[in-house]
Structure formats: structure tokens, C-alpha cells
Design a protein around this ligand. Structure first.
Ligand code: GRG
Length: 303
């Protein structure tokens, strides 16, 4: 079973990595034109100073685990993935989607800036993601094949066979009964594929062969599914202040969730089993205490 509390080493490492990621996000968004100020403001409002930074940390820690030597390039790809993630949160919060007023402990983008600017800030973050990835060849001397691999991997993840598919299924199955297989399909697409892509990108930059790259992807898919199951559980059990967003919304909106499909206790057990599977996958490659710490955090977090 996973340990009940995240280790102190892990928490310190995540806080340090979070600071590095934050600094680079500030740099990468500093050249956005100041005129008109509103769009740069909206991009930075949602992207900076908030979020647990789990996806970029997974990208970087996979790279370190595999003894990768392209740390600066990997930091940029990690930031690009955080930009993509932030876009999905902004658009998900819109009134035409999940209609959420709070995100990362403050008013969501459309509440602060209005819907039109929130849509554009999301669009800008999605395109910024690919601008950053496409620049790592020139900026950090990454071979063109790896730049293309990561571009294609991230594009597939964001597109109609990934996040968009997850979001559409999530919307289609509101107020309908569905079995565990269907919830798993939604979770895989709306959440797990991005976590898997973060790990796989770190592996690509570490020159991993096909086998190791696939092992990192599979571990990411398991951890990502566990993450979304726990997100569903926390939505039932937690409060707004702890979550930094509105709690209890899944039930209010008739969302198809793990607790709705199999109950709370079984959901927790499923998440713990998936984390064990993810760790077993890592151990086929080596000893990865930081990644394992992050995986444990997924099942013991409260926000
Ligand atoms: C393109 C609109 C659109 C959606 C794409 C479903 C989806 C895919 C995005 C919605 C956002 C969402 C609720 C995704 C599920 C994953 C999830 C629980 C995200 C929150 O991740 P955390 O807890 O957030 O890591 P922080 O704020 O810490 O980064």
C-alpha cells in the first residue's frame, strides 16, 4: 500500500522544483506584448503563482530519473505542459463548460476578466505551449527528431483523441448512469494522458529507448487515473477553501464519477492499487524515490 503521508523529502523537492518552474514561467511570459495589457495580465493571472505544478515536476523528475542531461530544455517543456494544463482549466471553468467561479483559490479567469478574454487567454496558453516546445531546438540544441516527437506527442494529447475527447465524453455523460469502464475512459482522456505525456516527454529528452519510454507512459497513465479518482473523491469529501475551487460540484452537475460508479471506499482502493501499479512500472527501470513520493502524494493529498 502507499504510505499515508507524503515524505518530507518529497515536499521539499516539490517546493524547490516549483520555484524553478515559477521563475521560468515568468521568463517565458515576459516577452508577451504589454499592449494591450489585458491579455498578458490574464495569461499570467492564471498561469503564475498557483497550482501544485505536478505535471511539470513529473516531466523533470522523469528526466532526472533517466539520467537525462537536457535539464534546461526539459524545464521549458515542463513549463509548456503547465501552460497547456492551465489553458484546459480556464476553458473548463467557462460558463459554457463546467461554469466554475473559483480556481487555484481565486476567481476563475472569466470571473476576473470576462468570458471573451478568458477564452483568448486559454487559446494563447495553448499556442504558447507549442511555441515553447518548437523553440527548444534553437534555444537548447535539442535534436530535431526529439523536438518533433514531443510536439507530436503533446498535440495528440491535447487534441480530439485526448483532452478534447475526455471533455466531450464528460459533458455527454452528465446526468446519465454509466459503468466503471466508461468512467475510466473519461478519466484516461481528460486527465491521465496529459500526466503520461509529461513523463514521456521527460523520457524522450533523456534519449530513452522505446521500452523505457513506454514504461514511463504506462506509469503516467496509472498515476493519472489514480489522480482523477482522488479528485472525484476529494470533490465529495473536501471543502472549497481546501480545494481552491468549488467542492461538491460533480454531484450537483450529475457528473459520472468513480464514487458514483463504485462508491467512495472502492474508489480509494482503486486509486491506491493504480499507484502501486505505477510504482511497479518505475521499478522495472530503477529506483525513483522522487517520482514514487509524488505518486504517494496523489493518493494522500487533500487539494
Ligand atoms: C479543452 C476545455 C478543455 C478541456 C480539456 C477535461 C479537461 C480537458 C480539462 C478540465 C480540467 C479538469 C477538471 C481536468 C481534470 C484534471 C484535473 C483534476 C485538473 C486539476 O489538476 P490539479 O489539481 O490542478 O493538478 P492545479 O491547479 O494544482 O494545477
Amino acid at each position: 500500500m502507499s504510505s499515508k503521508h507524503a515524505s518530507t523529502d518529497f515536499k521539499i523537492a516539490l517546493a524547490r522544483e516549483g520555484e524553478r518552474i515559477e521563475r521560468r514561467l515568468v521568463e517565458l511570459t515576459s516577452r508577451i506584448p504589454d499592449d494591450p495589457a489585458v491579455i498578458k495580465g490574464a495569461i499570467r493571472y492564471s498561469l503564475l503563482d498557483g497550482g501544485k505544478r505536478l505535471r511539470p515536476a513529473l516531466c523533470l523528475w522523469t528526466h532526472y530519473f533517466l539520467n537525462g542531461s537536457r535539464r534546461e530544455a526539459c524545464l521549458d517543456v515542463a513549463c509548456a505542459i503547465e501552460a497547456l494544463h492551465t489553458y484546459s482549466l480556464i476553458h473548463d471553468d467557462l460558463p459554457c463548460m463546467d461554469d466554475d467561479d473559483m480556481r487555484r483559490g481565486k476567481p476563475s479567469s472569466h470571473k476576473e476578466y470576462g468570458e471573451a478574454v478568458a477564452v483568448l487567454a486559454g487559446d494563447a496558453l495553448l499556442t504558447l505551449c507549442f511555441e515553447i516546445i518548437s523553440s527548444i531546438g534553437d534555444r537548447w540544441n535539442v535534436p530535431a527528431g526529439q523536438v518533433l516527437d514531443i510536439t507530436s506527442l503533446v498535440a495528440r494529447t491535447a487534441g480530439p483523441a485526448g483532452l478534447i475527447r475526455g471533455q466531450v465524453l464528460d459533458m455527454m455523460w452528465e446526468n446519465k448512469a454509466g459503468d466503471e469502464r466508461l468512467v475510466q475512459e473519461i478519466h484516461t482522456n481528460k486527465t491521465a494522458v496529459l500526466i503520461a505525456a509529461a513523463m514521456e516527454s521527460g523520457a524522450v529528452l533523456a534519449d530513452a529507448g522505446a521500452g523505457v519510454r513506454a514504461a514511463m507512459r504506462t506509469a503516467g497513465l496509472c498515476a493519472g487515473r489514480a489522480f482523477q479518482i482522488m479528485d472525484d473523491v476529494l470533490d465529495v469529501e473536501s471543502g472549497d477553501a481546501v480545494l481552491g475551487k468549488t467542492a461538491g460540484k460533480d454531484a450537483a452537475q450529475g457528473k459520472l464519477t468513480y464514487p458514483a460508479a463504485i462508491g467512495l471506499d472502492a474508489s480509494r482502493r482503486r486509486a491506491a492499487a493504480l499507484i502501486e501499479e505505477a510504482k511497479t512500472g518505475l521499478r522495472t527501470v530503477g529506483d525513483a524515490p522522487l517520482l514514487e513520493g509524488l505518486f504517494d502524494f496523489i493518493v494522500c493529498r487533500n487539494s
